[in-house]
Write a protein that binds this ligand. Sequence first.
Ligand SMILES: Cc1cc2nc3c(=O)[nH]c(=O)nc-3n(C[C@H](O)[C@H](O)[C@H](O)COP(=O)(O)OP(=O)(O)OC[C@H]3O[C@@H](n4cnc5c(N)ncnc54)[C@H](O)[C@@H]3O)c2cc1C
Length: 407
Amino acid sequence: MDFEISEKMKVILDMINEFVDKELIPLEQEFLHKEFKELLPVLREKREMVKQMELWAPNQPKGIGGMGLDLVEHGLVSEALGRTPIGHYVFNCQAPDAGNIEVLHKHGTDEQKEKYLVPLVNGDIRSCFSMTEVDMPGSNPIMLETTAVKDGSDYIINGHKWYTTSADGAEFAIVMAVTNPEASKYMQASMIIVPTKTEGFNLVRNIPVMGHEGSDYSSHGEILYQSCRVPQSNLLGPEGHGFVIAQERLGPGRIHHCMRWLGVCNRSFDLMCKRANERVITPDGKTLGTQQIIRAWIAESAAEIKAIRLMTLNAAWQIEKHGDKAARYDISFIKFVVANTVQKVIDRALQVHGGLGMTDDTIISYFYRHERAARIFDGADEVHKMSVAKKILRAHKEGGIRAALDI
Ligand SMILES: Cc1cc2nc3c(=O)[nH]c(=O)nc-3n(C[C@H](O)[C@H](O)[C@H](O)COP(=O)(O)OP(=O)(O)OC[C@H]3O[C@@H](n4cnc5c(N)ncnc54)[C@H](O)[C@@H]3O)c2cc1C
């Protein structure tokens, strides 16, 4: 495998890193102390700058207004943008819109593309993805209570969802609902586009998460769908194919998250090294960085960051080369390994900062609060571990150690 970063990508990454340092990191104190919606005017300006620099929507195809980067290239971009919590949003490659764009691009009708895909890629509107339910286990998503029942030329949707990230201020939701209860268990649900202005789409609240309700893009909605009527032409992809499409969306989505977490690791590690070098802890001028235990954390963090970077880029490369299905266990491996590493690195960075680490004077406490969710969404750690272990044991039984490690 060639690990060389192309000249084209070096230029792009230099431009992005400079932009993040000069334009976005200085905004973080405002981001930490104001509501997201108050930041929208300044974020709009930054988004315009990104468009002018032709770095907009890096992961989307050129034909629809993106940069057309492949998954490995976008992984590197995602790492650079992940150094700040507003990076992906400003470059219009943020979840859940990025995944929704992919689904609309692949499965949308011409009418759906014109109405939803075009303004989404332009950054004129936002969207959300509404699958997880309050009373059902998200870890086993085939257990859905939300239904979409046909009535004339419409669907009538009823259900109770939550963790519909970024629902506040979104133009539409892609809702997962049971349309074919008699079908086999993986073919019962469909994706349906529901404009948030539709009567019966009720945003109950932005759920308080780790002490913060958030607003607009930076929020997680609880939503009651109460006899919510939309035309059947809002069906996205074939009826009953909701899980098949969701699965397609998850592979690249996990690469994006993992590379974003690498960015979080890099930033936390950067702050940790700076503090270790600068914080004087003895009258004769010794710094924290002279202490063995801090040095061990620095060495361990550096090694772990290098390891997850290779694993994640390798998984992205596998997807590019052999497709999502062939790479599914690589994707599961990185999902739980990276999610745990990012927490270890943030925790060490926080500890090195002492009381300062607990404040919102640095970005570390924000990362500490928000990235805890890494081990829960897009498949909880345990679910990924169960799936790879099951496959490993089966492979071992059939082909011994080589087969087990080759899954
Ligand atoms: C910040 C954040 C953003 C999110 N954004 C979205 C979104 O935009 N749209 C959306 O639809 N959903 C979203 N979710 C929801 C997320 O997908 C679910 O929380 C996740 O799938 C887990 O489902 P659950 O919360 O119902 O937990 P459960 O399914 O109730 O599981 C609880 C815990 O049980 C354990 N567990 C589960 N199954 C097993 C098993 N087989 N073996 C061993 N242990 C197990 C795991 O530790 C798991 O964390 C988001 C969640 C968070 C935290």
